[in-house]
Write a protein that binds this ligand. Structure first.
Ligand SMILES: Cc1cc2nc3c(=O)[nH]c(=O)nc-3n(C[C@H](O)[C@H](O)[C@H](O)COP(=O)(O)OP(=O)(O)OC[C@H]3O[C@@H](n4cnc5c(N)ncnc54)[C@H](O)[C@@H]3O)c2cc1C
Length: 438
């Protein structure tokens, strides 16, 4: 497909956000009599799913301590549930198991889920959690877990398949997806709106609005928009922290053991929920070496060829070259030992699984904002940015909200993620989780 000379709506990035925006915007324009799919072009320098959306573990959960995240996620799960087949979505549920210090967060999250109508159960107390887990997984043996939030909605989706499902939906509406078009620069007007996008293959004028959904390349686009590399952040107490770097890279550590996927099943043979376990019980390898006696955590799910999951990510200290993506930099060489020990700590069926760890590159880099939460906002008069701070494969519904905003409506779900929050101190509350995205 060739590059049009102009298009009313130009979307950059064919990941979960760019494609969800393309599809939902086509529907929104049609419904309002404002246009249709052919008014939208999605540009990607590689192809759909070439970024983080194509390598994401695919976990879909609501478990967020921050009310705005939880409410947004409920809307996203609604989109996943609207077409499980096209989105390759497995609504198997999700379990967050935490140590005593996380109990109050999980209780607060559960209470909110009750209020907003997100189906979940809460089990509190070490014995109670142990009994609950053993009823589902008779070989459950994790220690130090005092709370379990069992979300009956959510689960996971297959990354590439869901991206292709969204791409198919875009195309069914006449949205053009152009692969191999790298955005190099923007041509701005005096009011700072973008008049045209300069790509490796030519120039396209932006008739109405430009949407940027660049995933890990957020910092790169931030620079292209001439936005500041560091910002001042007002905290809720009123103090101002000066010159914080707007973007930091984290390396997500993930891996897989090659076992029969069906060996990871519930007691009645059903598909298991995604498990996220955090505990401060000492962690030992199967041959008795201490891995850590501090709070540790892992997540895992049944995959097509085994069991897949990860652990807490690592900060990347410097700037880095993202291409070719996924660029995996300082992955901890001890990660496979830790993750396999943790699987075995959780369930005896995984005892001795370390030799089954697949030696393949897994995981990848994500770009995180200064407070580790997304920025969804207009950063120039006609440039809407979807910068999800690496939360976002599960956020398939953000594109639906963005489509409404592009059509002139207010989105109360996106409003808490406006850039202005850093200046006003209207930040999201911080949880007791060891992860930067909880
Ligand atoms: C290893 C890993 C595991 C993860 N697991 C989960 C998970 O289980 N659940 C979850 O919710 N989230 C997860 N995430 C986070 C999630 O993957 C991302 O937040 C989300 O996919 C970002 O989507 P996106 O559409 O913004 O970006 P991407 O999917 O990265 O898409 C951006 C696109 O922009 C294109 N692009 C970049 N630069 C240019 C340019 N100059 N011109 C044109 N095109 C360009 C790229 O080719 C790419 O296709 C994970 C992330 C990683 C790295």
């Amino acid at each position: 497909m060739s590059l049009p000379g102009s298009s009313p709506y130009v979307v950059v990035g064919a990941g979960i956000h760019g494609l969800s925006t393309g599809y939902h915007l086509a529907k929104e324009l049609e419904a309002r009599g404002l246009g249709s799919g052919p008014d939208i072009v999605v540009l990607d320098k590689t192809e759909p799913g070439a970024g983080a959306s194509g390598i994401a573990c695919g976990v879909v959960r609501n478990n967020y301590f921050q009310p705005a995240m939880s409410e947004l996620m409920q809307a996203c799960v609604e989109v996943w549930e609207s077409d499980p087949e096209a989105y390759a979505y497995n609504g198997v549920g999700y379990m967050a198991l935490g140590a005593a210090r996380q109990e109050s967060d999980l209780v607060a999250t559960y209470e909110r889920q009750e209020r907003i109508g997100y189906r979940s159960r809460l089990i509190v107390g070490e014995t109670e959690v142990d009994e609950y887990m053993k009823a589902i997984f008779p070989d459950w043996r994790a220690k130090g877990v005092t709370a379990c939030l069992h979300e009956l909605q959510g689960g996971f989706a297959f990354n590439k398949d869901s991206v292709l499902g969204l791409a198919g939906k875009c195309e069914s509406k006449g949205v053009r997806i152009l692969s191999g078009f790298e955005v190099k620069a923007f041509e701005s007007r005096p009011d700072e709106s973008v008049a045209a996008v300069i790509t490796s293959e030519g120039r396209v004028e932006v008739g109405e609005q430009l949407v940027l959904a660049p995933g890990p390349w957020a910092k790169h686009f931030w620079r292209m928009l001439e936005l500041p590399p560091t910002i001042d952040v007002r905290t809720p107490s009123g103090d101002v922290v000066r010159d914080r770097p707007m973007w930091t890279y984290w390396n997500l550590q993930e891996g897989e053991i090659q076992v029969d996927p069906l060996s990871f099943a519930t007691a009645d043979g059903g598909a298991p929920p995604v498990i996220h376990l955090d505990t401060d019980a000492p962690l030992y390898t199967d041959d008795g070496k201490l891995v850590t006696d501090e709070l540790w955590g892992i997540y895992y799910k049944r995959d097509r060829h085994g069991v897949q999951g990860g652990a807490s990510p690592l900060v990347v200290d410097d700037d880095l070259e993202l291409d070719p993506y996924p660029s995996t930099t300082d992955v901890d060489p001890d990660f496979p030992d830790m993750w396999c020990a943790a699987l075995s700590h959780a369930m005896s069926r995984f005892e001795g699984c370390r030799p089954l760890y697949k030696k393949a590159r897994s995981g990848g880099v994500g770009a995180f904002t200064v407070d580790n939460f997304p920025v969804f906002d207009y950063m120039k008069p006609n440039v809407y940015c979807i910068l999800d701070s690496n939360h976002g494969y599960k956020m398939i519904g953000v594109g639906r909200e963005v489509a409404k905003v592009l059509a002139g409506e207010h989105s109360s779900l996106l409003y808490p993620f406006r850039f202005e929050r850093f200046a006003t101190g209207d930040l999201h509350p911080v949880s007791n989780s060891p992860y930067p995205w909880s």
